[in-house]
Design a protein around this ligand. Sequence first.
Ligand SMILES: Nc1ncnc2c1ncn2[C@@H]1O[C@H](COP(=O)(O)OP(=O)(O)OP(=O)(O)O)[C@@H](O)[C@H]1O
Length: 303
Amino acid sequence: MEAVALRNLSKVYGKEATRAVNDVSFTVNKGELFGLIGPDGAGKTSIFRMLTTVLLPDGGSATVDGLDIVKDYKQIRSRVGYMPGKFSLYPDLTIEENLNFFATVFNTTVEENYALIKDIYVQIEPFKTRRAGKLSGGMKQKLALCCALIHKPSVLFLDEPTTGVDPVSRKEFWDMLKRLKEQAITIVVSTPYMDEATLCDRIALIQNGNILSIDTPANVVASYPEKLFALKAGNMYALLQAMEHYEHTLNSYAFGEYMHASFRTDVSEVDVKNYLQQQGLQGVEMKTTVPTIEDCFIKLLKD
Ligand SMILES: Nc1ncnc2c1ncn2[C@@H]1O[C@H](COP(=O)(O)OP(=O)(O)OP(=O)(O)O)[C@@H](O)[C@H]1O
């Protein structure tokens, strides 16, 4: 049985009838680490809030652990762990008090499920008498994860857990998720960071409430249809402009210190360099490059 299943799930907000989530369907297998990848406003939080029974859908249906998100909301609440995007702990309670509070609410004790949080908790335990509001971003995130895990959920929903967290803590956090996965907990995680997408078993790319693609990160990348090039020149702005106006260009955009470009036809590097020289560009570097998830996302958006 799937751990999570969405069937044409929709959410519409306000008078303007914004379709924040538009007929979204996908399933998450038991024990999978599944990523919802998309920019701000894509609809990730709305999906999480519906799946954790905090928000009612306006269309379609969904199940978590085989339970209906509308009819069986009470049972779902006792089975899922939810770490919302915004810091949701009690800032005036200490680390220890927050954890005990969440354990009590779920009718359990910290001792009962300590094995599950131990790896994470030992890192913040030295500060256990510190108030949650006074913790660093990375520590707050670890405490929030402990609180979401303390009742041993079967499905864990993590909404942008690494947003605003430093790169070292981000890496540590993903290492923790891998260890949790080994404990057979299904994890659904959202992120706007494309590099984190590659760490998931499968991903759904989402934009404006619509799913653009669902597959393993490797398959998403492998399905990139064109040859992709990385280009660089002394004057990057002029390079971007010139490539945008090149008759063979299909897609072109800035990408870190390079720009990426793909072509409608099978043009050679010599053709492109000749064209750029005619446009007055000097010191042009051009090489083929392997598409990343971000390139795939950009391609899907432009198509
Ligand atoms: N309560 C609300 N009332 C009106 N519009 C809303 C409400 N909540 C979300 N929206 C709109 O719905 C769309 C999807 O928002 P949602 O928060 O689900 O996206 P997201 O991918 O989680 O992005 P973010 O990271 O910014 O939260 C956005 O256009 C947002 O402005």
